[in-house]
Design a protein around this ligand. Structure first.
Ligand SMILES: [Zn+2]
Length: 334
């Protein structure tokens, strides 16, 4: 028994949370300077507006933001909500990883992996870019993680996983060219897949990929519907919404089965499928129209939401709940 194990868990947990907040504060710098391409080591934080150097007490994670009411102490410019959010997510992630895996080498590796996850999600959400360096470090960390037998796969499967992850995303991305005359995913998403493949191996990578597509459609369909509605395309908006409803029903269908009234069950299935078919036609027409439009305006982005964060949410789910997810898949699709 080492001396750390004698300390109460709550004591260590609060230290881990504070450590996470401080790392989150550094993470904000990594995200911003990564996007702007600036050097960040050794230069002290300044307000981006008035360029005043921040005092140490204006730089305390989370607390400074609350006491300064989200404004710069000098010029009262609003401070981006990104700062406290990233700090808090990092703090909570560090804490949950510690509480799940204890004070182990695996925990240390997962902290690094989550650090990169948050960095990549933030740059993807902010400016729809993935910094190459973040993805390469993730891949290297994933390979080392497997080499040390901390994950579920050995080094060979990790290397194959990285390759399969990257290649399968590239194939999928180019498949999009058949339908909408441009890549279905950005190059950055293939780089994330490279890292995820290294962490999970190729078998689990495909589970991550399927999960992220599900997460993506659950987020994208209501947004597409909203966009269509604001553009006065009521039909299309309705189509997206019912496709969304269909996915939800697909997952809840087990709860409908035990209903005694088989007639009602079959009726509702018929209604759902007829709605779906009519909607599919509307969506296909829209894609066809969009395809012609894109030929005219080459640089227009077809995909509205970045795919990276969906992949990362799916990965987080697989890190904590892989056995449960696997048994769910086995019991439903085999
Ligand atoms: Zn200022």
């Amino acid at each position: 028994m080492n001396s750390l194990e004698l300390l109460p868990v709550g004591f260590i947990a609060s230290y881990v949370f504070i450590l996470g907040l401080c790392v989150g504060s550094f993470l904000n710098v990594v995200i911003l300077r990564g996007l702007s391409g600036e050097e960040f080591i050794f230069s002290r934080s300044r307000c981006p507006k008035c360029l005043n150097q921040l005092k140490w007490y204006m730089n305390i994670p989370l607390i400074s933001y609350i006491f300064l009411k989200g404004k710069c102490a000098f010029c009262k410019t609003k401070i981006s909500i990104q700062y406290p959010i990233v700090e808090l997510i990092c703090g909570i992630s560090f804490l949950i990883i510690y509480l799940t895996f204890g004070l182990t080498l695996k925990t240390l590796f997962l902290w690094v992996i989550f650090f990169l996850f948050i960095a990549m999600s933030a740059t993807d959400i902010k400016e729809m870019v993935i910094i190459d360096t973040h993805a390469y470090i993730l891949c290297a960390v994933g390979i080392l993680y497997s080499y040390l037998n901390l994950g579920d796969v050995d080094i060979i499967h990790s290397l194959i996983g990285a390759l399969v992850g990257f290649i399968s995303m590239e194939i999928l991305a180019n498949f999009g060219k058949l339908f909408c005359a441009q890549r279905m995913f950005g190059e950055g998403d293939s780089l994330i897949a490279l890292g995820l493949g290294a962490i999970f191996g190729y078998k689990t990578f495909f589970i991550v990929l399927a999960l992220s597509m599900l997460i993506q459609s659950l987020c994208a369909l209501p947004m597409l519907s909203y966009k269509a509605c604001t553009e006065y395309k009521k039909n299309l908006s309705y189509a997206y919404l019912s496709a969304f409803a269909f996915i939800i029903i697909l997952f809840l269908i087990d709860y409908f089965k035990p209903i005694e009234n088989q007639f009602m069950y079959i009726c509702s299935l018929l209604v759902i499928s007829s709605i779906l078919i009519s909607n599919l036609i509307t969506i296909l027409e829209e894609i066809k129209r969009k395809k012609e439009e894109i030929k005219v305006v080459e640089e227009e982005k077809f995909n509205l939401l970045p795919f990276g964060p969906a992949m990362i949410i799916a990965s987080v789910a697989c890190i904590f709940y892989l056995p449960q997810i696997k048994s769910y898949i086995l019991s439903h699709f085999s």
